[in-house]
Design a protein around this ligand. Structure first.
Ligand code: BTN
Length: 242
């Protein structure tokens, strides 16, 4: 079982992972907080982080090249989907490329991968995961929801963050082991089964630009094939949307 540290309050578990990585810590180590005062989302956005939801980052070290290491976000999405599946109404959980986990079509989780080089040539990786267990932020660009609104009829409350992290860490470790042993293909197969709409209108928000087109499936490495209005095909790697 991977080690874990809980904070009552912290700026950001991803920021803490970076500080520790830069201080030489290798992990694997889960850093989790009941509340974040400066939670970070993708594209420099803030991530609302009030008590009741899950905020956790896995700090780990890898010898994989950065492009391949980015595939960890697919493992994280699968682990979150499995966590939510254990409590949510049947059929509610889906994944949107590459790693947004949705409940009834609304965003219920966010994943932020950060990485950096180590002195020994390896790479540290921070897999930051936020899951809306109890409440969802209002007024976000994309409609959000929380597990509390989609529970199975026999479940009264969403799990507390501590229990949610146990399940999440266990599922992430299982996918990680499969990735190490059998490669990315079985991971992507499982991910595909949970990701409808890989062949329809799509807006890809990259760090540098926003592209509109029609999605045309995913490549074996997890990149999205996007058909642009001029007919050309653009491959967007999962790493580009961080
Ligand atoms: C997104 O914008 O979709 C990604 C959000 C990621 C939020 C999580 S919460 C735990 C970890 N710590 C952070 O500051 N961000 C990530």
């Amino acid at each position: 079982m991977t080690e874990g540290v809980w904070f009552d309050e912290i700026d950001s578990t991803n920021a803490e992972a970076r500080r520790r990585a830069e201080g030489g810590e290798t992990g694997p180590l889960w850093l989790a907080a009941r509340r974040q005062t400066a939670g970070r989302g993708r594209r420099g956005r803030a991530w609302e982080s009030d008590t009741g939801n899950l905020f956790a980052t896995l700090l780990t070290t890898t010898r994989r090249p950065a492009g391949e290491a980015a595939q960890a976000s697919f493992l994280a999405a699968l682990a979150v989907a499995e966590l939510l599946d254990a409590f949510a109404a049947e059929g509610a959980v889906t994944i949107k490329w590459p790693n947004d986990v949705l409940l009834a079509g609304r965003k219920a989780s966010g994943i932020l991968l950060e990485s950096g080089g180590r002195a020994d040539g390896g790479l540290w990786l921070a897999v930051g995961i936020g899951v809306n267990l109890a409440h969802a932020p209002e007024g976000t660009e994309r409609p959000a929801t929380a597990l509390a609104r989609h529970l199975r009829p026999d479940i009264a409350y969403p799990p507390p963050p501590e229990i949610a992290l146990e399940l999440l860490a266990e599922r992430f470790a299982a996918w990680s082991e499969r990735w190490d042993r059998y490669g990315f293909e079985p991971v992507l197969d499982a991910w595909r089964r949970r990701a409808p709409g890989l062949d329809g209108p799509c807006v890809a928000r990259l760090s540098t630009e926003t592209l509109s087109g029609v999605a045309d499936g995913v490549e074996p490495d997890g990149s999205l094939r996007l058909r642009l209005p001029d007919g050309s095909l653009k491959l967007i790697s999962a790493g580009d949307v961080f």
